[in-house]
Design a protein around this ligand. Structure first.
Ligand SMILES: [Zn+2]
Length: 481
């Protein structure tokens, strides 16, 4: 078989790897979008490096857009095959791809407007204008091609190809994808089952709402992520106390508002769950908590539908608290008027809203309204890419910041809790791999989904525990297995 790396090679977005078996089947592992600000990544997304009409099927590790975002785009270009994933991944894709189509259409409209201004003499429909990658219509159509299998069910993609999903504990529905392909090492040789495992993204051993990553079957070839290949996280068990500390300091002692920018899917549910636990044990102060995001509200509904894929802790809680993502002082807000009304609200409260990096969404308005209030705290709970508003407000000593074109004096407290990461650090990942695999049985390892420095450090760490033939493929590189 051939394995070609078409994205997330020495970088963290655009995951796409193409397997072509000797018998001619083409299997695409993930179909992720390159993510960046606005239209910067548009050209990378349009240039797939393969013909979608010739792909037999997609194996999807999880619903994050950097792994699933181009599925409607390949549909538009002629992909007719099945998309295999877990049931929760399918449901989350429906929500997230719809949202992506909407953002796409909005970005393209703004870009075309700008182009119109820059080229006023060009006629309408000029070559400067671009079309969205895909529309809501493409999302609706491609959702019919999803075929779902639960974790740990070994199933047949083709006569000579088997697939098993294992829970990777990274997000609801996320899976390690273990493929078995029946073929010979050389033409005419004796056929054997070759085992190739793609990790997708790997979670942490102690997440609040997801189970620890589950042990996965032995493989001959491993394709593994390396987001935190050069880093170690703080201990997770202190995050609840840290969160309670920030709530008390802001809402009780300073009587201010606590704003938490958070990704709508995954992180928001985790924060809400931790607050729910603090509420249940009586330590959360009696103050209103608002989840101000239609997307978060819809995603939470999906989390409630899959208790079997969540942690034992969540299921234990559900024995006495049927809704671990809701409590008496918590309100989900979808209506835009209610969201705007929050701006005029007096007194202490907690507002959780997207986006996590403060680049867009309702939270940006809340931050603009409160960043000059010394009693307010802005609590960051996730990674913020450089140059995003979330990263800029953390610059030490910064006194002023521009939001929506207006300068604001920074008087609010800006603070951060690291423990909520969805990716295992190198020690956690390696511990997981060495428990799942007989390392000496793995013939080759490919490191993907990490910045160059992170992938290089990770290679050394893998070598130290006995992995051999480790490479960090370049984009477009093909290997014969
Ligand atoms: Zn992910």
């Amino acid at each position: 078989m051939k394995l070609q790396f078409l994205g997330a090679a020495r970088e963290v977005t655009g995951s796409k790897h193409l397997i072509t078996t000797d018998s001619g089947h083409t299997i695409l592992l993930d179909c992720g979008m390159y993510q960046g600000k606005g239209m910067e990544t548009d050209a990378d997304n349009r240039d797939l490096g393969f013909d979608p009409a010739k792909i037999d099927c997609v194996v999807l590790s999880h619903a994050h857009i950097d792994h699933s975002g181009l599925i409607p785009y390949i549909y538009k270009l002629g992909f007719k095959g099945d998309i295999y994933c877990t049931p929760a991944t399918r449901d989350l894709c429906q929500l997230m791809l719809t949202d992506t189509a909407f953002i796409q259409e909005q970005d393209v409209r703004m870009y075309n407007k700008k182009m119109d201004k820059q080229h006023p003499h060009k006629e309408k429909g000029s070559k400067y204008k671009i079309e969205p990658l895909f529309s809501q219509h493409d999302v609706d159509k491609v959702m019919r091609q999803f075929v779902c299998y639960n974790y740990d069910r070994r199933f047949r993609l083709f006569d000579d190809v088997l697939l098993t999903f294992t829970n990777s504990g990274h997000m609801l529905g996320s899976a390690i994808c273990s493929l078995e392909i029946f073929e010979a090492d050389e033409p005419g040789g004796k056929k054997r089952w070759k085992r190739i495992t793609y990790t997708g993204d790997v979670g942490r051993p102690q997440s609040h709402i997801l189970p620890s990553p589950m042990l996965f079957p032995q493989c001959d070839y491993l394709i593994c992520e390396s987001t935190y290949g050069d880093r170690l996280h703080d201990a997770t068990d202190v995050t609840e106390e840290q969160l309670l500390g920030v709530v008390e300091d802001t809402c009780i002692y300073r009587k201010g508002q606590l704003l938490i920018p958070s990704f709508a899917v995954g992180r928001t549910q985790e924060i809400v769950y931790v607050l729910n636990q603090l509420y249940n044990d009586g330590s959360l102060p009696q103050i209103p908590v608002y989840v101000d995001s239609p997307m978060s509200t819809n995603a939470t509904e999906i989390f409630r539908m899959y208790p079997q894929d969540l942690s034992d802790d969540v299921r234990d809680t559900m024995r006495y608290d049927p809704d671990p993502f809701g409590f008496n002082t918590l309100h989900y807000i979808t209506d835009i008027r209610e969201s705007k009304a929050l701006n005029h609200r007096e007194g202490p409260c907690i507002i959780i809203s997207a986006s996590g990096m403060l680049e867009a969404g309702r939270i940006k308005h809340h931050v603009a309204n409160h960043i000059s209030d010394p009693n307010c705290t802005i609590l960051l709970v996730g990674y913020c890419a450089p140059m995003t508003l979330g990263a800029r407000i953390q610059e030490p000593g910064l006194k002023w910041i521009s939001i929506f074109g207006m300068d604001h004096r920074i008087k609010a407290q800006i603070t951060k809790i690291e423990g909520f990461s969805g990716h295992g650090d190198y020690k956690e990942m390696i511990d997981y791999f060495t428990r799942s695999l007989q390392v000496e049985g793995v013939q080759r390892t490919f490191i993907v989904h990490g910045e160059e420095a992170s992938a290089a450090a990770y290679k050394d760490h893998l070598y130290e525990v006995g992995f051999r033939n480790i490479s960090i493929p370049e984009k477009g590189e093909t290997v014969e297995l």
